[in-house]
Design a protein around this ligand. Structure first.
Ligand SMILES: Cc1ncc(COP(=O)(O)O)c(C=O)c1O
Length: 392
């Protein structure tokens, strides 16, 4: 009954984890979730009000164009000019997506033939691999290692791989490692992709979740980037709007046109009140985002201090929602996470979920209130001695 192409897809890790945690909660266990990167705070009230006001109007309920309305595209362009110093042609160089995940998945359906190679970081956000496989492509993984600041070494990719590679995925600020880069890194990437004729897909989901004065660049700021790159962006993390499904693809026009052709056959655009509120989110007051980042920064600091006390030494991310933490000696990532969940009721994500190079690490999300993070650290310290005795 099931199509053969489904053999390439597994149920996504977080969907399965949800089931596991729901079962524990039913038994009365108070699980502290530091696993998934879903912002726990709401968007600013003016955004929610814009949605409610628009939804109350009788003429806002019909189908909408796949390219979104012009105000939404202009709002993305304005945000790109203001935040990243990038000029975007709102009619040709941007298309709204129903969340960036949707566009990331569908891009492969529109560009990848069987046998094409997609270059994917290891570790990485899961959808790049799943989308590649579902499209019949082959994933080639390049490692992101601590000694290179979790950035790729393109010179280590063999020539016979590069000659078949069609897409290159990058994501900075990075999920799951929390690594970030400067503009010079993107200059190298664009020069590499222009030489090799490989389309760069930069996933910019965390560019507005930044700390300590760091400002994350867009890859599109590099001259010539639009010839050879697209960037995926989203209001999920930047504006605490993960459930709203507001994303966009920006940059290379012919890639956007191709994805548009596919999407006209797949979905029917956004709800107009969502577009209106998203436009307000991107163009009206932004000060609340810096205040929100201060809250994340405080959580990050408390989390890192607590982990240090336990003898763990994670790096300090300048951006993103994640601490990438080494597991104690003698443990694998998966066994450590399982033991943490069972014994301290703290749920974190095994690094191996994001790829083989994630072995030896766990990803800890600070998308829970400070009190819950402190409680998680307290629970962990209570059982820590037993952990040291029983390395998994
Ligand atoms: C790296 C990365 N890209 C894309 C997404 C998906 O974001 P969206 O909510 O826009 O689909 C996520 C979500 O966690 C992510 O971590």
């Amino acid at each position: 009954m099931i199509a053969r192409r489904m053999d390439s897809l597994t149920t996504q890790f977080f969907a399965s984890l949800d089931e596991r945690i729901t079962a524990l909660k039913t038994k009365g266990v108070d699980v502290i979730r530091l696993d998934v990167g879903s912002p726990d705070m709401p968007p600013a009230p003016f955004i929610v009000e814009a949605l409610a006001k628009a939804a109350a109007k009788p003429d806002r309920h019909g189908y909408q164009p796949h390219t979104g309305n012009s105000a939404l595209r202009q709002a993305w362009a304005e945000m790109y000019r203001r935040e990243y110093g990038v000029l975007i042609d709102a009619d040709r160089e941007i298309m709204p997506l129903l969340g960036s995940k949707e566009g990331i998945f569908h891009l492969h359906q529109s560009l990848i033939n069987s046998g094409d190679i997609v270059l994917i970081p290891d570790p990485a956000y899961l959808t790049y691999t799943q989308a590649t496989r579902f499209a019949g492509g082959e994933a080639y993984y390049f490692p992101l290692l601590p000694e290179r600041g979790f950035t790729p070494d393109f010179s280590a990719i063999p020539e016979n791989v590069l000659s078949r590679a069609k897409l290159l995925w990058l994501n900075y600020p990075n999920n799951p490692t929390g690594a970030s880069v400067g503009k010079e890194f993107f200059e190298e990437v664009i020069s590499f992709s222009a030489q090799r004729g490989i389309l760069v897909c930069h996933d910019a989901a965390y560019t507005q979740v930044t700390f300590d004065g760091y400002k994350a660049p867009s890859i599109l700021v590099v001259p010539g980037a639009k010839e050879t790159a697209v960037e995926f962006n989203t209001l999920s993390k930047s504006h605490n709007m993960a459930g709203w499904r507001v994303g966009a693809i920006l940059g290379n026009q012919s890639t956007i046109k191709t994805l548009y052709r596919l999407k006209t056959n797949v979905d029917s655009g956004h709800f107009l009140p969502v577009m209106e509120a998203a436009s307000a989110a991107m163009t009206q007051e932004q000060a609340w985002i810096a205040e929100r980042n201060q809250i994340y920064q405080k959580r990050r600091d408390v989390l890192i201090a607590g982990l240090n006390k336990l003898g763990l030494q994670p790096g300090k991310p300048q951006a993103s929602l994640y601490v990438w933490c080494p597991v104690p000696d003698g443990w694998t990532s998966a066994v450590f996470c399982e033991a943490l969940l069972e014994r301290s009721h703290v749920s974190v994500t095994p690094g191996t979920v994001f790829g083989a190079c994630g072995e030896g690490f766990v990803r800890i999300a600070y998308t829970s209130p400070l009190e819950r993070i402190e409680q998680a650290l307290g629970n962990m310290s209570q059982i820590w001695a037993s952990f040291e005795r029983s390395a998994g």
